[in-house]
Design a protein around this ligand. Structure first.
Ligand SMILES: [Zn+2]
Length: 414
């Protein structure tokens, strides 16, 4: 057996077992057993999990780090999507958003995510229009110090329009973003004057530059907005790893219509990202009673075999005033607002997003990367419910974040 670098013990799995986990110098699990094997303890780093639950580390598949933590300086009094978009653009024009402050905010958000147990992040970053690639440059700078602790990739969220008149400035910026190494091409086809041309352009560039695709798709309650069909058509058979985020309008379709559409999404192997925080916040504000939840068609997609993923989208910015940068919050909403079982909701913040991002699976088995989270909870359900602050985060078998929390109940003086 390869000489291990790390021995992880003292924790337990969901099934109640209490494994000793040996990790090699490449960060892969080489042994999982109920007892310590015949291993020399020399030069082996020991991590004692002290009774915590061990699960695969978490993934944030859809963040907007460039906008995060701006809720106190970028107003959105109306609280809807267009109010947020206009609020952001007004703030940009007024010079509220700057390089140094953005780098600092992104670093703070990455710290929050890492402490929560996230070892892989995909963030959309605005590219084009008046900002060109400035935000992407700030994001790359901020991410540099986290690269050994987290897998971080960026999506060029390209300004409209991406085709026709006025698109040159945005496509030039997108090409510059690709030059800078952005891994994923994105945009908002349902807001474009010509959605088909937009999606066509995205896939053309993705193929030419060997990039992945992640589009903001049909982020509206209007059931006639179905640019998902364009995404499915261009993705199918392309070999391009494709994600469609939001897909709110699918949740408003009649059951028979959504079933056939979901089957097409599954056949094209397009992953769908539900984003409960922001969609619950932004959607349905014109309906003061029987307010729609604004979530995608979660159960029809799952029944059709679609890879369903859940992300937080915006955190404390004009698109969502709250948000903790903690996927357990997302999973809790998938349980409460999306009616999923806790164990299935957990898959949407761990194994499913890994597949969507093209990452290897993580399970606590030999050969898998030791990207793990140890959390002070008795079960995955309890971890989702209580989101305990007490967590140890491991990447490749090394501790990359540790948070402890202690409550005291001093005697009351009477
Ligand atoms: Zn988004």
């Amino acid at each position: 057996m390869t000489q291990p670098r790390t021995l992880i013990s003292g924790g337990f799995l969901e099934d109640g077992s209490t494994p000793h986990i040996l990790v090699d110098r490449d960060g892969r699990i080489i042994e999982v057993s109920e007892r310590v094997g015949d291993v020399s303890s020399e030069n082996v780093n020991h991590i004692d999990l002290d009774g915590r639950l061990i699960v695969p580390s978490l993934v944030e598949p859809h963040a907007h780090l460039d906008k995060s933590l701006t809720a106190d300086v970028v107003p959105n009094p109306k609280g809807d999507l267009m109010g947020a978009i206009h609020g952001w653009r007004d703030a940009e024009a007024a010079g509220v958003i700057g390089h140094e402050e953005m780098v600092a905010r992104i670093r703070r958000s990455l710290e929050m995510l890492l402490a929560s147990g996230v070892t892989a992040v995909r963030s959309h970053i605005n590219v084009g229009g008046p900002v060109s690639t400035r935000y992407l440059v700030a994001a790359i700078e901020a991410a540099a110090t986290f690269r050994q602790r987290m897998d971080i990739e960026f999506v060029a969220l390209t300004y409209m329009p991406m085709s026709g008149e006025g698109s040159d400035i945005n496509l030039t910026a997108l090409n510059d973003a690709i030059e800078l190494g952005v891994e994923v091409i994105g945009g908002c086809p349902h807001l474009e004057p010509d959605s088909d041309s937009c999606v066509s352009k995205v896939f053309e560039l993705a193929e030419r530059h060997q990039r992945k695709v992640d589009l903001h798709v049909d982020e509206t309650l209007d059931p006639t907005a179905l640019t998902i069909n364009d995404v499915v058509r261009y993705s199918r058979g392309s070999g391009i790893l494709t994600t469609a985020s939001h897909c709110v309008s699918l949740g408003m379709l009649p059951v028979d219509q959504v079933q056939s559409l979901a089957e097409n999404v599954a056949a094209a192997e397009v992953s769908i990202v539900a984003l409960p925080q922001t969609n619950l916040f932004l959607q349905g504000r014109d309906d003061p009673v029987a307010t729609p939840r604004g979530l995608t068609a979660i159960h029809a997609l799952l029944a059709a075999g679609v890879n369903l993923v859940a992300g937080a989208d915006n955190a404390q910015d004009p698109f969502n005033f709250v948000g903790r940068n903690d996927p357990f919050e997302t999973a809790a909403l998938m349980v409460m607002a999306g009616h999923m079982l806790p164990i299935d909701a957990f898959a949407t913040i761990s194994s499913n997003p890994r597949k969507a991002l093209g990452m290897p699976e993580v399970s606590i088995e030999v050969g898998q990367p030791a990207d793990l989270l140890a959390v002070r909870a008795g079960s995955t359900r309890q971890a989702i419910a209580e989101a305990p602050a007490d967590r140890i985060v491991m990447k490749g078998g090394q501790v990359v974040a540790r948070t402890s929390a202690m409550s005291e109940f001093p005697p009351v003086i009477t």
